[in-house]
Design a binder for this molecule. Structure first.
Ligand SMILES: [Zn+2]
Length: 269
């Protein structure tokens, strides 16, 4: 075996200096690549997203089981290989970010959950074909979400919907709210096979619902013309939502509104 010596190739520059003010979804930040590695950046501009591998220099390396950070403290501990926790034998951090722009050796990125000054070990292009597995599933998101503050759940779901659509627009935010309401109503994971959707909505909202339910054609049907109606069905039970005619001007406005401001009619049967 060759000597497993790591060379730091850059560092994180972020307004987030300690973990107590790091949002769950990370923050916009920069990776500054050291001058001697400039040539290695050649060609990276052709990619919209990149993987950043970092060395989490402050992390505890001695524990093999920890309580997941995003759920409540009364959850049972889990093995670190089943978590994204920084605590692990080799504290490598891995995050996929949008390459907003490159200025020389500085990469401007979104959703970076590494603190200011964190050493960077590697940068790799994010490959759509290899790295995005739309049908992948996680340990119950519903069970995790019910233990989280609702604002964190919204942010988490909005990110998934935006990843599918391309960005977070007002239509995506409305679709996110619809999927969230369905999840709370049926008390189930959005990937549940028996949960199906028929929606006469605009493209952005349709993308959000499809992305969040990870629903292919058999579970998701988009109906024309536009009526603003979303019908969720599960095991014979139905939830019908009608999107309000009110105009929302921003994603934040949609995410902050109560359910009955986003949907004029909420019918259950
Ligand atoms: Zn859109």
């Amino acid at each position: 075996m060759s000597n497993p010596e790591l060379k730091f190739i850059g560092k994180i520059v972020s307004s987030k200096k300690d973990s107590s003010n790091m949002p769950l979804q990370g923050a916009n930040a920069q990776v500054v690549i050291f001058d001697e590695y400039t040539d290695a950046l050649d060609g990276l501009d052709k990619y919209s997203h990149v993987w950043i591998v970092s060395w989490l220099h402050k992390a505890d390396r001695d524990r093999l089981k920890v309580v997941p950070k995003r759920v409540s403290a009364d959850s049972p501990p889990r093995g670190v290989f089943s978590l994204r926790s920084p605590i692990r034998p080799n504290p490598l951090g891995l995050t996929a970010s949008k390459l907003i722009k490159r200025e020389g050796n500085t990469l401007h990125l979104d959703h970076v959950d590494f603190l200011d000054g964190t050493p960077v070990v590697d940068v790799k292009p994010y490959s759509v074909g290899w790295d995005s597995i739309f049908s992948a599933w996680n340990n119950s998101t519903y069970e995790t979400y019910i233990k989280m503050p609702i604002a964190d759940v919204f942010a988490d779901m909005l990110r998934q919907a935006a990843n599918f659509h391309g960005d977070a627009c007002v239509g995506v935010a409305i679709g996110t709210r619809a999927a969230n309401l369905a999840m709370r109503h049926f008390k189930c994971d959005m990937q549940t096979k028996s949960l199906t959707v028929s929606a006469s909505v605009r493209g952005c909202t349709a993308d959000a619902i499809q992305g969040l339910l990870q629903a292919g054609n058999k579970r998701f049907i988009r109906v024309d013309p536009y009526e603003g109606k979303i019908v969720f069905t599960k095991d014979g039970a139905k939830l019908t939502l009608v999107i309000t005619n009110d105009k929302f001007h921003s994603v934040v406005e949609v995410m902050d509104a109560p359910d009955d401001k986003v949907f004029t009619s909420i019918e259950e049967d």
